[in-house]
Each structure stands twice: as structure tokens, then as C-alpha cells.
Design a protein around this ligand. Sequence first.
Ligand code: GAR
Length: 194
Amino acid sequence: MNTKKIILLASGSGSNVENIARYFQDRPEVSISAVLSNKKDARVLDRCDTLSVNGLFFNKTSFYNTDCILDILKALNPDLIVLAGFLWKIPEKIILAFPNRIINIHPALLPKYGGKGMYGNKVHQAVKANGDAETGITIHYVNENYDEGAIIHQAKIEISADDDAAQIAEKIHVLEHEHFPKVIEKLLTGRAVD
Ligand code: GAR
């Protein structure tokens, strides 16, 4: 079997990482080579232990000022690099080394609520403050600008008037967990997944 390899990058809780890892546990056509985190105490690294997935911490210097992370990525040679709640900008040298092989999930319907500083709960608070009736998720390719790469997939949910930002976040996580692994599978195997 031609197993496809993915590397996940995450900065925080890692519920998407865990969900993706569990989804592919019984789908051997996709395997997770490693999960890289820029936060030493991020919950995602504890989840990696529980899931028996390689979890690695890296710091800012290794990411931006040396080729250390670039070289690790090249050595692992992933078919896809997946940003799952990763909050640092990807350096151009990494984008150039993996053309159309880096994707991100954003917790809003881009181009709305994207750009620097727009992540996680800040997005949901802005959606709530604007009184929007719907929001959603966007899975897109990563280019040199935050949240501006070509859109691969979007999905929407309705917001009720009494949903607060935390409830919107919960609904968004449900949507992300449903769609993200299937989009990854489709990109890697070419198979349509319901
Ligand atoms: C997710 O909602 C993801 O869309 C968002 O961070 C959350 C991570 O949750 N990403 C961004 O805001 C990127 N701009 P998780 O750690 O539970 O997977």
C-alpha cells in the first residue's frame, strides 16, 4: 500500500489533532509522521503521548532563524502538512519547499474574520459582536499571507441569538471534527468521502 504521510502543526489544545489521529487509526492509507508544537506545555503534546504519536516541541529560533524545522520536514517528506490550530506564520522557505502541500483550518467563513490576530476565540467573539446569523469553517492552502490561500472546503452553521462566543466555539469544533479528517483523506487519496 502507498501510505500517505502527514505532519500536523498545533499550538494549543489539539482537539483537531486528536480527532484526525483517531480517524486515521483504522485507515492505514494515511499515517501521522509527527505532530510539531511551538508551545512546550501545549495540551496537544499530552494528547500525543496518549495517542502514541510522535510529538515534538520547537522554538522560535529553530523555526525562523535556522533550517532546523525545514530540514526535519524535508527528512520526513510528508505528502501533506496540516495546520490544526497553529498560530505562527509559516516562513516562506517552508512554503516554497512544500508547494500546495500545506493546509490550514480557520474557524470562520474566510475571507471574513481572517488575518493576523484572528484566531480561536477572538474570531468567535468578533462573530458574536457583529450579530452574524451564521458562521463556519474554512480549510485552505497556506500561502505567504495569513488566511489568504486558495479555499479547499467550507461548511456553515447557524448561530442562535443566545449563543455566546464559547457556544459558537463548541459548534465550530463539532464542524471541524466532522469535516477536517475527511478533507485530508480526500486530498491524499482522491477519494470522495461523505
Ligand atoms: C480551531 O478552532 C482552529 O480552527 C483554530 O484554532 C482552534 C484549535 O482548536 N485555528 C485558528 O484560529 C487559526 N487561525 P484545537 O486546538 O482544539 O484543535
